[in-house]
Ligand binder design. Structure first.
Ligand code: NVA
Length: 307
């Protein structure tokens, strides 16, 4: 399978996602048989925002595939300020074989993809986090035998991670429930896309505000209540008051009869998830998810360079 770019979940079809999941699992099982896939290739990684897992997993993953990664940190500021996005894309295309970018706005990812002559990978923007959702679907497929029977719920702030997860679930055909406090759900445009995909895949999508209506679930997922870049516009006291009933803890897991809990990290312990649940080695798969970031991204890179 070859891909042109990896920008957003809804630009992939079910077959491409399932292929990426099985490729990621194969690379994880036999990394040595992929260690020349990126031989002679250099990947430029732009980070407008902080990162631990994304930065390290891309760097180490590219190294495992025989390629070279270059980190461009926040010293260059926001894309488009010091230089136009199009000039970033054209300059980096002179040297690099692919561009990984973590940006504030999705328009910067689209601008890079439009003007670069090399593939672009979205390493998080305001709307999507497709590397995370792909890794999470690898993890789900490791935890459950049949993805099509999994009941998956995201609880908390409707953000880039929940957008990517609900799109991927709808495309692949996983029943998905989204629970957000009123006013913190996804945009109507995102909800309409998900609805369209479920019509094709046949899975269900439920969006509710009432945490008591969660019902039985196999896997619960949560993420920060305030995403990077939104810190200044959020009143912490207000956020805590509004979101505390949506905290993912052992009681919620028991009520939902869920067997695993997931989090993209960084976790804000005792806010969206309790320390006890995050550290619960029987239920929490957060480090399996973190490791799978690397294998999922390796699968994306191998597919981008496949002839
Ligand atoms: N929603 C979070 C994800 C961090 C990996 C953020 O954008 O900050």
């Amino acid at each position: 399978m070859s891909l042109l770019n990896f920008l957003a979940d809804d630009q992939l079809n079910k077959e491409q996602i399932l292929n990426l999941i099985s490729l990621a699992k194969d690379i994880k099982k036999n990394p040595k048989s992929y260690n020349k896939k990126l031989e002679g290739k250099s990947v430029a990684m732009i980070f407008e925002k902080p990162s631990l897992r994304t930065h390290v997993s891309f760097d180490m993953g590219i190294n495992k595939l025989g390629g070279h990664a270059l980190y461009l940190g926040q010293q260059n500021g926001k894309l488009g300020e010091r230089e136009r996005v199009s000039d970033y894309a054209k300059n980096l295309s002179c040297f690099a074989d692919a561009i990984v970018a973590r940006v504030f706005e999705n328009s910067a990812i689209e601008g890079l993809a439009e003007h670069a002559s090399v593939p672009v990978i979205n390493a998080l923007c305001d709307l999507y986090h497709p590397c995370q959702s792909l890794a999470d679907f690898v993890t789900l497929s490791e935890c459950f035998d049949d993805l099509s029977k999994v009941k998956f719920a995201y609880i908390g702030d409707g953000n880039n991670v929940s957008n990517s997860l609900m799109l991927m679930a709808a495309i692949v055909g996983v029943d998905f429930t989204l629970v957000c406090p009123e006013g913190h759900g996804p945009s109507q445009a995102m909800l309409s896309k998900v609805e369209q995909f479920t019509k094709v895949s046949g899975s269900t999508f439920t969006f509710i505000n009432d945490i008591n209506a969660l019902g039985q679930q196999d896997a619960l997922y949560t993420d920060t209540w305030v995403s990077m870049g939104n810190e200044d516009s959020s009143d912490k006291t207000e956020v805590l008051k509004k979101f505390m009933p949506y905290q993912v803890n052992h009681q919620l897991m028991e009520n939902a009869q869920a067997s695993i809990v997931m989090h993209c990290q960084p976790a804000h312990l005792e806010e969206e998830i309790t320390t006890a649940l995050f550290d619960d080695e029987e239920k929490s798969v957060v480090f399996q998810e973190a490791e799978n970031r690397m294998w999922a991204q390796c699968a994306v890179l191998v597919s981008l360079f496949a002839k």
